[in-house]
Design a protein around this ligand. Structure first.
Ligand code: MRU
Length: 344
């Protein structure tokens, strides 16, 4: 499995997801400013991976920051602020920042050295815990996959989008490891092509049978009985089980319901934002029109200057979701009660 992100001697090393699959190169982030830029420009993307990157960036902030407590506190607050301004939808970013901020404030009461040591350990723990969560949700999810299944996925919710193993792709990996015969249909995921470029890349590397389809083919294939279930990831889940995920997820969910196909969402508890009662409150990132008017931001496919809409995420209401799979179990069907139950 590819290594998405790694802490190496004070540097945060990321595989550059902007140039995969044809180029495997790495970005070495030496400062929190560089980490924030890498999140913003999508060197690294995917909700859990963004949270891990931010955590490592905040560890750098503590380690590289001033030794005097008040100055260290000011620098840390500034880094938290610009880190939080990178991308608005994936709640894992804010979850990780809050976790690191609380620990920093707590440890700073002892000393700057104590805060530095604790923050690096915490970032590493967030990373390790995420991989463990992916494996746990994989086990729960694999039980929902029939012995032989054609599985549709949208965007990339794999090792590249997490600390490793993946959420939706973790379910698929676990099903295959359990001896099930899986065939994945990967939506290309216009406009950024996470499905075509990243999902196919990592599934092929693992020897998982995969067919790439254009986003607008899913409905026809469902109607022809060629898709048995759908599994996707999430960027933010509201308290009632509404799910924000990559643009196009809502369309797939409605089509799945119309065709009587189970639609699963796999995500760690760190993606659930219980402060929001429902999905209407989730901030949706609006990205550059050029991602739509040019293929992969380069080759023009529309008249110059033509306006284009580019919401990066949509919200799928809980009523379209068969179950939400987490590391703590499955909310089936998703509701205020079943989601709250995941938190024990
Ligand atoms: O814009 P991206 O590529 O960061 O969007 C990613 C997604 O929408 C993923 O499906 C989601 O973050 C889940 S990743 C495990």
């Amino acid at each position: 499995m590819v290594k998405t992100i790694e802490w190496r001697d004070g540097k945060v090393v990321m595989i550059d997801q902007r140039v995969l699959p044809h180029e495997e190169s790495y970005v070495v982030n030496e400062t929190p400013e560089q980490v924030a830029e890498s999140i913003k420009t999508m060197v690294i993307r995917g909700a859990p991976a963004i949270g891990i990157a931010a955590a490592y960036g905040l560890a750098q902030a503590a380690l590289q920051g001033p030794s005097e407590p008040l100055a260290a506190k000011k620098r840390f607050a500034d880094v938290c602020e610009f880190m939080a301004a990178t991308r608005p939808t994936a709640v894992n970013l804010f979850w990780a920042i809050e976790r690191m901020r609380k620990l920093f404030d707590d440890k700073l009461l002892d000393s700057v050295a104590a805060a530095r040591e604790a923050l690096l350990a915490e970032a590493k723990k967030i990373h390790e815990d995420d991989i463990a969560s992916c494996r746990a949700m994989g086990k729960f999810g694999a039980e929902l996959v029939p012995a032989s299944a054609n599985i549709l996925t949208h965007c990339n919710a794999g090792a590249l989008a997490t600390g490793g193993y993946g959420t939706a792709l973790g379910v698929i990996r676990a099903a295959q490891e359990a001896g099930k015969k899986v065939h994945v249909l990967a939506d290309e995921t216009r406009p950024w092509l996470q499905g075509a470029r990243l999902t196919t890349y990592e599934l092929a590397a693992d020897g998982i049978d995969t067919t790439l389809i254009c986003d607008n083919m899913a409905g026809a294939l469902m109607a022809q009985g060629k898709i048995d279930l759908v599994v996707v990831g999430a960027d933010r889940i509201a308290a009632n089980g509404d799910v924000a995920n990559k643009i196009g997820t809502y369309t797939v969910a409605v089509l799945a319901k119309e065709n009587g196909i189970p639609f699963y969402v796999a995500a760690p508890l760190s993606t659930i934002d219980r402060s929001l009662p429902d999905g209407t409150h989730i901030a949706i990132e609006q990205r550059s029109p050029e991602e739509v008017t040019r293929v992969f931001g380069k080759v023009p496919i529309a008249p110059d200057g033509l306006p284009a809409a580019n919401p990066a995420f949509d919200v799928t209401p809980a009523r379209y979701i068969t179950a939400i799979i987490t590391e703590k179990g499955v909310a089936k069907p998703p509701s205020v009660d079943s989601v709250a139950g995941l938190f024990g």
